[in-house]
Design a protein around this ligand. Structure first.
Ligand SMILES: N[C@@H](CCC(=O)N[C@@H](CS)C(=O)NCC(=O)O)C(=O)O
Length: 213
C-alpha cells in the first residue's frame, strides 16, 4: 500500500517521516502543503492535522499526525528493518535523544513560534536567527553529552535509529541558523555518516518535488 505524506520540503518533522518510510522501504507519495503560504492552516489541512502543522500521513486507511508517533507506528507495524535497538536501555537512550530534539529544540525554532515572537512581542526577523541558534546550541550541548558514550558510526553504535532520523533535519536547521557544528563533534560526525546513505540523500529537502532553491 502506498502512503501519502502531506508535508513541506524543508519541514524537519516531514523529513523525519520521509526518512522512516524510505528506510523501511514503504512506498509513498507526497502532497505539498506550503507553510510560508499558510496552507497548514487551511480547512482541508486542519481536518488532517488539527495542530495546523505538517506532517500528516495517510497510511493503512487512517490519517496519522506527529512525526514521532508516526515513526513508532511504522516500527510496530513494519518492524524490519528495525529503527530502535532491541534492549530497553538502548531504546530509552534513543528515545531520550529523540525527545531532546522533538520537544527540547524543534518547537522553539518552529515557524509559528518565530512568527508569534514578531506579531505579539515585536521581535523582528533579524532576531529570529540568534533566537533559534540559542535553543539549537543549548539542546545540542545536552545531546552531545548524552549520546557520546554510546555513539559509533551513528548516534546509537553502528545502527541507524530514530535518533539519526531526528538529528539530520535538526543539523540542517543548525546550519541555516548559523550554529557551528564543530562544537558538537559526535553529532557532526554521525550526521555526516548518515547523510552518505542513499535513503538520507533521497529524503533531503533539495530532492523534494516542492523544493524551492
Ligand atoms: N511535533 C510535531 C511538530 C510538527 C511541526 O512543528 N511542524 C512544522 C514544520 S517542521 C510546521 O508545520 N510548522 C508550521 C507553522 O509553524 O506554522 C511533529 O513532530 O510532527
Amino acid at each position: 500500500m502506498t502512503a501519502t505524506v502531506y508535508g513541506y520540503w524543508r519541514s524537519s518533522a516531514t523529513w523525519r517521516v520521509r526518512l522512516a518510510l524510505l528506510l523501511k522501504g514503504i512506498p509513498f507519495k507526497v502532497i505539498p502543503v506550503h507553510l510560508v503560504h499558510n496552507e497548514q492552516l487551511g480547512t482541508d489541512h486542519l481536518k488532517r492535522n488539527p495542530m495546523g502543522q505538517v506532517p500528516a500521513v495517510h497510511i493503512d486507511g487512517q490519517m496519522l499526525t506527529q512525526s514521532v508517533a508516526i515513526m513508532e507506528y511504522l516500527e510496530e507495524t513494519r518492524p524490519n528493518p528495525a529503527l530502535l535497538p532491541t534492549d530497553p536501555t538502548g531504546r530509552a537512550s534513543v528515545r531520550q535523544a529523540v525527545e531532546v530534539i522533538n520537544s527540547g529544540i524543534q518547537p522553539l525554532q518552529n515557524l509559528a513560534t518565530l512568527r508569534r515572537l514578531q506579531s505579539e512581542y515585536g521581535v523582528e526577523r533579524p532576531h529570529w536567527k540568534p533566537w533559534a541558534a540559542h535553543y539549537i546550541h543549548n539542546g545540542f550541548q545536552a545531546l552531545e553529552a548524552l549520546v557520546a558514550p554510546n555513539a559509533g558510526k551513528y548516534l546509537w553504535k553502528d545502527k541507524i535509529t530514530f535518533a539519526d532520523i531526528c538529528l539530520t533535519p535538526q543539523v540542517y536547521n543548525a546550519h541555516r541558523f548559523g550554529v557551528d557544528m564543530n562544537d558538537f563533534p559526535t553529532l557532526n560526525r554521525t550526521a555526516i555518516s548518515a547523510g552518505e546513505l542513499h535513503e538520507f540523500r533521497a529524503a533531503h529537502p533539495d530532492q523534494q518535488p516542492d523544493a524551492q532553491r
